[in-house]
Write a protein that binds this ligand. Structure first.
Ligand code: XMP
Length: 329
């Protein structure tokens, strides 16, 4: 087993040897553990010659942008620019229902927003950034480039997770991937010695295409995204309050483009249905649905129906992976 202090020292040396004394590095932060730990490491090595970008693609969770930006600034002291590109993303997603097309469009839009970032950095520092930092982990390496003889080829891809794969080549940037040999638990340990808080390091995984794969069908339809954000927030908060967040691997809500009849007060309603999904897992490759106790479910469903306009029915997904996948799209 590797000592993370040694890995840190080694990687800092490596980054310093790779990036010249007046070279600049750009990096996209998702708000997740991997990109954040990678950025903390490189920031320690080269300071403010690292330039991070956080993109609001309009598909983030409730108050996610405000929360992670506050964390970058106040807790982690990382130099991060935030850009609100939500209109641009949502315009492109209008009318799109196919999950893989959604992923493709979002990946392309990310690249576009990122391509605008490099010249901005250049005009600020007087030199074009030469490097791109990515928080790629060892399992990502295996997945995108399966070892020979493993029998895995691209045609087996169930969902295309590699959202910005074409970026370094298109922008003529050299890649820095300091976490490339690490597993997730090692990245968490590395994050800990880089002073990233425990609560940040324990955040559940969140897919690159964000809520786009959790609003089934057209994400721009009606108020779906906002309804989903509110439901998701109530569910996650309830899980935290019950002390269950750390034992659940991932939990979230899904918005169904389906209306059913309900009765609220004395009123007949014809409103949307949402799904709650919580799983335990080691690595996301297989997963078991999580068994909540009765009272937890009663309370959370009543909160959702009382507080979120537009929802009159709450279902729970009790399918494991396989046969289902974690996400619904
Ligand atoms: P599935 O749905 O494939 O999810 O069982 C396994 C894990 O991967 C996440 N996921 C994604 N992550 N881009 C990502 O970065 C994607 O397109 C994507 N699709 C699924 C999912 O949240 C789960 O943790």
């Amino acid at each position: 087993e590797w000592k993370m202090e040694d890995v840190l020292e080694e990687q800092i040396k490596y980054v310093k040897s790779l990036v010249g004394p007046d070279d600049h590095v750009i990096c996209g932060l998702s708000g997740g553990v991997d990109s954040t730990v990678a950025a903390m490491l490189v920031h320690k090595a080269i300071g403010d010659r690292l330039h991070c970008l956080f993109i609001d693609n309009g598909l983030l969770r409730f108050k996610e942008r405000e929360r992670v930006m506050a964390c970058f600034k106040n807790d982690l002291h990382l130099p991060v620019t935030c850009t609100d590109a939500s209109e641009q993303f949502l315009k492109k997603l209008k009318g799109v229902k196919d999950p893989e097309r959604k992923r493709k469009i979002i990946g392309e839009e990310f690249i576009r927003v990122f391509e605008d970032f490099a010249p901005k950095v250049e005009s600020k520092v007087g030199k074009r950034p030469a490097f791109l930092l990515q928080g790629t982990l060892y399992p990502d390496v295996i997945e995108s480039c399966p070892p020979p003889g493993s029998g895995r080829t691209h045609s087996h891809t169930i969902k295309s997770h590699h959202n910005v794969g074409g970026l370094p080549h298109r922008m003529n940037l050299k890649l820095i991937e300091p976490l490339k040999l690490l597993f997730k638990d090692e990245v968490r340990r590395l994050g800990k010695i880089l002073n990233v808080s425990e609560s940040f390091l324990k955040r559940h995984p969140f897919p690159g295409p964000g809520l786009a794969v959790r609003v089934l069908g057209d994400v721009t339809e009606g108020n779906a995204l906002n309804i989903l954000r509110e439901v998701d927030e109530i569910f996650i908060q309830a899980i935290k309050d019950a002390g269950l967040y750390d034992i659940i691997w991932q939990a979230f809500a899904v918005f169904l483009p389906v209306r059913s009849v309900g009765v609220q007060g004395d009123q007949r309603t014809h409103a949307n249905a949402v799904v709650l999904r919580a799983i335990t897992s080691e690595d996301g490759m297989t997963a078991d649905w999580y068994y909540f106790d009765h009272k937890f479910l009663v309370d959370v469903v009543s909160k959702i129906c009382n507080q979120v306009r537009g929802v009159n029915r709450v279902c729970q997904d009790i399918t494991s992976k396989p046969p289902a996948t974690v996400e619904w799209e």
